[in-house]
Design a protein around this ligand. Structure first.
Ligand code: GLC
Length: 586
């Protein structure tokens, strides 16, 4: 610990009133929870932008709004500056025009830690350019069940791979240590978010402490060793005990054993949902006091301290952690956004890196008679499906909007655009497979999931809008062109492996493309052989819905479920294997 920081923190802490301390522990949205004046009167410590009114129409206005709020904070007695946080989870994805990378599952498929670091560096820069200094990323969950609606936010079912990528992402966001050029990263969600029974978002994780230590803790150890500035608590419970109120895992293990000295931030509206002052006593340092929780939090915590329910030592520990990160980030000396960064948002050099990530994320699961790579002079290609020419659909959740976008957005390129750019022959587009182009030499059929985030993507959960197989409509896109006798190359856009055995059997080639983000044109560069496939499966791929009869899906460590393709599988153009024999799929 930098002794000069320690000295400054202790001097400032000694001057603070209880109201000022509780204010620092408070995080609110920049819109409906507070007026700009409240930033000062309530001594607010941090502000977030999430789904809702945008801070402005462009990055300059976003910066201007945050500058106004910062000046309110600086006008207070002690002038402690704000932190500004945002869910920049695959690029600065809340800002239209930013570079949007493949979601983490695609980066996991790339197995390229350097690329993960570079993507985080670019994300940090574009996040700073839009006025923020805190990113709620990376998600380092270990998904046990593809029914979970957030599988795509994590890198892999592999603990080792996730450890490596957690480290790379933290360093990409923060640098070798948290400093004035950093965007503070957030390892989330601690702990067990992706390992609940039946993949229920916010459900119950019933793993034993030993299993949690073996499979889920190591990525957090790697993040702490890399200097992670914050960790976000998870919605799930651990064998019936709210994780937000779990003193053992948060304080004894994460802060104690692992030595995490940063900010433990709650997730959404956690104070009223997970035990009020119990979450503070368990080790939460900053509370997302949103959606009507603000006054309850302030009144409840103040009463808790005055009654002795919450020791002042716990409050001082929380504030000490908050002030320490603010001094490390240099926001006392440099509290305002840097307008000179704005022109770098979405520049071609950034998009080139994102396009490389798209290429390296693709996993070739079948390539019968080496139909791929396609010859650029192939006379007639038909591209089929709405996902083929819609960058909202190819980007998944947390893209422009919390639940993603159903339309193309600024600065992005679609899969069709990439194909049109490289093909020398005729390229037709058949959005709903009614074109019946039976004379096409190949049909590139783009199917998959529509965007979702959090519990909205759970399969079999509360909302249950998704399924383990393709929709009937998308199955028919493939059936239609197979029945026309046209060779089919299927591109599968999804946030997770799903049961696609029948479609793989019917396709000449099948590519898992995950959620590529803004640079959809990178896919064509591999289909036409400008680059070879490099991606390998970050998760075991299921054979049938039967694979989910237990509380988890097929995972490489669990031999009881035989996957269609194992973790780590992926073909390339040099492979002798012309096809993976999936006709024996269950
Ligand atoms: C959400 C998510 C979390 C996100 C936070 C702020 O509910 O669980 O990942 O960072 O709220 O949007």
């Amino acid at each position: 610990m930098d002794h000069s920081v320690v000295k400054k923190v202790e001097e400032l802490l000694a001057k603070m009133t209880l109201d000022e301390k509780i204010g620092q522990m408070t995080q609110v949205r920049h819109f409906d929870d507070i007026t700009e004046e409240d930033i000062a009167t309530k001594f607010i410590g941090s502000v977030i932008h999430t789904q809702g009114p945008l801070p402005g129409v462009n990055a300059q206005e976003w910066q201007e709004k945050f500058t106004r709020l910062q000046k309110k904070a600086l006008s207070t007695r002690l002038g402690i500056p704000l932190l500004f946080g945002v869910d920049a989870v695959h690029g600065q994805n809340t800002y239209e025009g930013a570079t949007i990378f493949p979601h983490n599952i695609g980066l996991g498929a790339s197995r390229n830690a350097q690329l993960v670091k570079r993507a985080a560096e670019i994300t940090a820069l574009e996040t700073k350019a839009t006025g923020f200094n805190w990113a709620f990323s990376p998600c380092i969950a270990i998904p046990y069940n593809e029914k979970w609606g957030r599988v795509y936010e994590a890198f892999s079912e592999s603990t080792e791979l996730t450890e490596e990528f957690a480290r790379a992402s933290v360093i990409g966001h923060q640098g070798s240590q948290l400093g004035r050029d950093s965007v503070m990263a957030t390892a989330k969600h601690f702990i067990g978010d992706g390992s609940t029974d039946n993949g229920v978002e916010g459900g119950d994780c019933t793993l034993s402490p030993e299993e949690v230590r073996e499979r889920l803790v190591p990525p957090y150890r790697a993040a702490v060793e890399a200097g992670i500035g914050s960790v976000m608590a998870s919605f799930n419970s651990m064998s019936g005990h709210f994780m937000h109120a779990h003193e053992y895992w948060i304080s004894d293990v994460l802060k104690g054993e692992l030595g995490f000295d940063g900010i433990m931030v709650s997730d959404w509206k956690a104070y009223s949902r997970f035990g009020e002052n119990e979450i503070i006593n368990a080790g939460i340092d900053v509370v997302m006091a949103v959606d009507g929780d603000l006054q309850m939090f302030h009144d409840g915590l103040k009463a808790g301290v005055e009654s002795g329910e919450v020791p002042m030592e716990r409050i001082d520990d929380a504030v000490r952690r908050i002030l320490t990160q603010k001094f490390r980030l240099g926001v006392f000396e440099n509290p305002f956004p840097d307008a000179s960064l704005i022109p770098q948002i979405g520049i071609q050099a950034h998009r080139d890196v994102a396009r490389q990530a798209v290429r390296e994320s693709l996993v070739l699961l079948k390539n019968k008679e080496h139909i791929l790579p396609l010859d650029k002079n192939i006379p007639k290609i038909v591209v089929v499906g709405e996902h083929g020419d819609n960058t909202g659909l190819q980007s998944g959740g947390w893209s422009i909007n919390w639940q993603g976008s159903l339309e193309s957005y600024a600065g992005s390129t679609s899969i069709l655009q990439g194909i049109e750019k490289l093909a020398e022959g005729e390229v037709l587009y058949d959005k709903d497979a009614t074109g019946a182009h039976k004379d096409a030499d190949v049909a590139i059929i783009v199917v998959g999931e529509t965007p979702y985030a959090e519990l909205f993507g759970d399969i079999g959960g509360e909302i249950d809008a998704y399924q383990l197989t393709l929709t009937e409509e998308h199955q028919n896109y493939i059936n239609t062109y197979v029945n026309l006798g046209v060779k089919v190359v299927t591109l599968f856009i999804s946030g997770r492996p799903l049961v696609t055995t029948d479609q793989i059997n019917k396709s000449e080639a099948f590519v898992a493309a995950w959620l590529p983000g803004s640079e959809g044109d990178g896919i064509a560069e591999v289909l036409f052989g400008e680059f070879d496939f490099k991606g390998t499966l970050p998760h075991a791929w299921p054979a049938s819905e039967e694979d989910y009869k237990g509380k988890y899906g097929p995972n490489f460590w669990d031999d009881s479920v035989k996957p269609l393709f194992p973790f780590g599988f992926g073909l390339n153009y040099r492979d002798e294997t012309s096809e993976n024999d999936t006709t024996t799929g269950k």
